[in-house]
Design a protein around this ligand. Structure first.
Ligand SMILES: C=C(O[C@H]1C=CC=C(C(=O)O)[C@@H]1O)C(=O)O
Ligand SMILES: [Mg+2]
Length: 472
């Protein structure tokens, strides 16, 4: 394997010889986000946060009982699956509450979009990066649980109890006292679009190649850089996203001095017992300025041939992949509109019953990347992405989420996301290119997709002027 991190040590599966003890206790109901923001300082660079899409399910992970950071040998999904099964064979679980989703031993993390070629941006995450958290706070079905994972049984640590008592006393607004958001805009920030003209040229090339019959669809993404004097607090960005992106997944994955963060509308797969589901989210339009305009844009999107094409490739592929593993597959015939604060999407849910329990990793592996992030046919699209995209995707557009010892879990697609490092953030946004695409329109679509993260980082977007005119 080439690249600057090739010789790095410790980048593999850690030993799985020891018995793992996982203890679950119910704790007083506390606000998971507040709890996370207040206590992540005890485990610098070793935390994660997850909120499920459209639900009141949260997980906050603190510290690591194990860190799993690996390169692909042959098949990352199956390599991780084997490793996790091995750990799970030696588990002792002390959980008096029965199987509550998201409690007990589980891995949280993400894969890279493809095995990395160049470690410059994503070297610390490698091809897969997961935690078995030392402490895990879970909110599920209105109850709050704490899981403690380690080599021996341990009482609930003092910092958890202390927080429970004090939690009533303050809100998010007190943690981030700033009128323009939870700290957003509190310091000067500068946004730079990286190589926008070159990106449009490459989109033009992709359109020509598709017209020549090279393929049907390819997703091309681009990057922005936001620099903030005085550093970026990933916790503040998370709080801002939490406030604005209520229907989306919310994720933060810390890795030492770096953090991958996002608010994605797109589910890759969710498994709960034998039930499994995925989602087709592709085809986009901006929100209207008032309810009438918004309704009109929605109606037009539902009958717009170019966007319907983008969407159809995703439905065909996901349906085919799920059919290999499921029975009783349910797929609506027509998409509906999925609304986010800045953007509308075409949306089709896909759900079924797994024929073989434990096949979660197999499903993930066959779904990723769907044509919402790769293209059709997959191999031709991936080749084009390699040739035409101007950065390495890493965790952008890749599966991020969790899996437990029953092989239940959930993965989102890591879009509407950013990588934060020191006082700089890299933001990513892409769009589905088909034969009928136009480079300028696709460019405008990526600008809409950057908006939520820009606002969460610096309280401003394109409309506010002044800070986004510089280009590299
Ligand atoms: C690739 C992205 O969005 C995908 C998901 C939904 C809609 C898309 C579209 O309409 O182009 C993209 O396929 C992104 O947000 O970076
Ligand atoms: Mg699109």
């Amino acid at each position: 394997m080439n690249g600057p991190f090739a010789a790095e040590r410790g980048a593999d599966f850690p030993s799985s010889e020891n018995v793992l003890i996982s203890k679950v206790v119910k704790v007083k109901n506390i606000d998971p986000l507040k709890f996370f923001l207040e206590n992540r300082r005890f485990f610098p660079g070793r935390n994660f946060f997850w909120k499920e899409k459209d639900s009141d399910f949260f997980m906050a992970g603190f510290g690591a009982a194990k860190i799993i950071r690996f390169r692909e040998k042959k098949d990352r999904f199956l390599e991780l699956k084997r490793y996790w099964e091995d750990i799970c064979e030696k588990l002792i679980i002390n959980n008096p509450y029965g199987p509550v989703r998201g409690t007990g031993p589980l891995l949280f993390g993400g894969f890279s979009f493809r095995p990395l070629k160049d470690g410059a941006l994503w070297g610390n995450f490698l091809d897969g990066f997961f935690y078995l958290p030392r402490y895990l706070l879970t909110k599920a079905d209105g109850e709050t649980y704490l899981t403690v994972n380690g080599g021996e049984e341990e009482a609930v640590p003092e910092w958890v109890n202390r927080f429970s008592e004090e939690a009533e006393g303050f809100g998010l607004a007190e943690m981030f006292p700033d009128e323009s958001g939870f700290g957003a805009g509190a310091y000067p920030a500068k946004g730079t679009e990286l190589q926008p003209e070159r990106w449009k040229e490459h989109v033009g090339k992709a359109i020509s190649l598709l017209k020549e019959g090279y393929g049907e669809k390819v997703v091309l993404a681009r990057e922005m850089k936001v620099a903030c004097e005085g550093g970026i607090d990933a916790g503040m960005v998370l709080a801002n996203l939490f406030r604005s992106q209520t229907a989306n997944y919310l994720f933060l994955l810390e890795n030492g001095g770096e953090a991958f963060i996002g608010a994605s509308p797109e589910r890759l797969a969710r498994k709960d017992g034998e039930r499994i589901c995925s989602e087709c989210v592709a085809g986009s339009a901006p929100r209207g300025k008032d309810p009438q305009e918004d309704e009109r844009i929605g109606r037009e999107l539902l009958s717009d041939e170019k966007n319907l094409q983008e969407h159809r490739f995703v439905v065909e592929m996901i349906t085919g992949a799920m059919a290999r593993y499921c029975r009783d597959l349910r797929v609506p015939e027509q998409p509906v509109i999925l609304n986010n604060p800045d953007i509308k999407h075409l949306y089709t849910p896909v759900a079924g019953i797994l024929r073989e329990d434990g096949a979660f990793f197999d499903v993930l592996r066959s779904l990723h990347p769907t044509p919402a992030l790769g293209g059709t046919p997959r191999d031709a699209a991936l080749e084009l992405i390699g040739r035409l995209e101007l950065f390495e995707r890493g965790l952008y557009g890749a599966p991020i989420g969790w899996v437990d010892h029953r092989m239940d879990g959930e993965f989102a697609v890591g879009i509407r996301s950013a990588l934060i490092r020191g006082n700089e953030a890299r933001l990513f946004a892409g769009c589905g290119i088909v034969k009928d695409s136009e480079a300028e329109k696709e460019f405008a679509e990526t600008r809409v997709k950057f908006r939520p993260m820009l606002r969460a980082l610096c309280g401003k977007t394109w409309d506010d002027g002044g800070m986004f005119d510089e280009r590299e």
